[in-house]
Design a protein around this ligand. Structure first.
Ligand SMILES: NC(=O)c1ccc[n+]([C@@H]2O[C@H](COP(=O)([O-])OP(=O)(O)OC[C@H]3O[C@@H](n4cnc5c(N)ncnc54)[C@H](OP(=O)(O)O)[C@@H]3O)[C@@H](O)[C@H]2O)c1
Length: 219
C-alpha cells in the first residue's frame, strides 16, 4: 500500500487529482468482493479493467515443482482474471468503448522447459480472453490481451524468491523491455475508438526473436 500511495501521489501531482488506491488480493474472492464494493462507492462505472496482477513462482521441472508455487500462479494468473472480470463486468457500460485488458505473456503462446505451470497459466489467460470476447460480443465490451516477452521488472526477483544474482542473469547482455514499454502499448490498445478492438498484441524486445532466441552481448 505504501508503494501504491507513492505512485498515486506522483500521479496527482502530475495532474490526475482523482487517482485512488485500495488493497486487493486477486487470489482471494472475498478481497475481490471488498475491492469492487469499494469501487462502487467511488465510481459509477468502470471503463477499463486491467488484469495485470500475477507472475511466476519458481523455475522447476514438473517433477520438482512445489504445490505452493503452482497454487500461487493459478490463483493469481488464472482465477484472478476470472474473479476480477466477473466482479467488475456489471459496472462496464455497453456499446461505449469499455474494455477488459488482460496481461498475458509469450509464455502462454510458446511453452518453455521448467515453466509448465507459468506457461500453462498464461495459456489459460489467452483462452479466457478469447472465450470472454465471444461472450461479450453482443454487448459491445472489448476484450484484449497484451502479451510481453522479456521485461525487466520485479518479475524475476519474485520468480527466484529474492535471489538478486540469479535475477540479474536473466537480463544480462540483453536490452529487455521495461514496464513503460508495455504500459505505453496498453494505453494505445485501450484508447482506440470504441468500434476498434486490438484483440491480441505480442510485444518483445528486439533482442528476443523468439522465446528461446535471445541475443546476449558480452558483459
Ligand atoms: N516481466 C516479464 O518479463 C513479463 C513477461 C510477460 C508477462 N508478464 C506479466 O506481466 C504482469 C506484471 O508482471 P511484472 O513483470 O510487472 O512483475 P512484478 O514487477 O513482479 O509485478 C507484479 C505485480 O502483480 C501484483 N500481484 C501479484 N500477485 C497478486 C495478487 N494475488 N493480488 C494482487 N496483486 C498481485 C504485484 O503486487 P505486489 O507487489 O503487491 O505483490 C505486482 O504489483 C504479470 O501478469 C506477469 O505474468 C511479465
Amino acid at each position: 500500500m505504501d508503494r501504491l500511495e507513492h505512485v498515486a501521489a506522483e500521479a496527482r501531482s502530475a495532474g490526475s487529482p482523482d487517482v485512488r488506491v485500495h488493497a486487493l488480493d486477486v487470489a482471494s474472492t472475498s478481497s475481490v468482493e471488498t475491492y469492487v464494493a469499494w469501487v462502487r462507492t467511488v465510481a459509477e462505472r468502470v471503463d477499463i479493467l486491467v488484469n495485470n496482477a500475477g507472475g511466476a513462482h519458481g523455475l522447476e521441472s514438473v517433477a520438482e515443482g512445489k504445490d505452493a508455487d503452482w497454487e500461487a500462479m493459478m490463483q493469481a494468473n488464472v482465477l484472478g482474471v476470472l474473479r476480477m472480470t466477473r466482479a467488475v463486468l456489471p459496472l462496464v457500460p455497453h456499446d461505449a468503448g469499455g474494455m477488459i485488458l488482460n496481461v498475458g505473456s509469450i509464455a502462454g503462446r510458446t511453452p518453455y522447459e521448467n515453466g509448465a505451470a507459468y506457461c500453462g497459466s498464461k495459456a489459460a489467460e489467452l483462452a479466457i480472453t478469447r472465450s470472454l470476447r465471444m461472450e461479450l460480443n453482443t454487448v459491445g465490451i472489448r476484450v484484449a490481451t497484451v502479451d510481453p516477452g522479456l521485461a525487466e521488472t520485479e518479475f524475476s526477483m519474485v520468480r527466484f524468491k529474492g535471489d538478486a544474482d540469479r535475477s540479474k542473469k536473466v537480463y544480462a547482455g540483453t536490452r529487455p523491455l521495461v514496464a513503460e514499454d508495455v504500459a505505453e502499448a496498453m494505453v494505445w490498445v485501450a484508447s482506440r475508438p470504441p468500434h476498434v478492438c486490438i484483440d491480441e498484441m505480442v510485444i518483445k524486445p528486439t533482442d528476443q526473436a523468439a522465446v528461446h532466441k535471445l541475443h546476449r552481448r558480452a558483459v
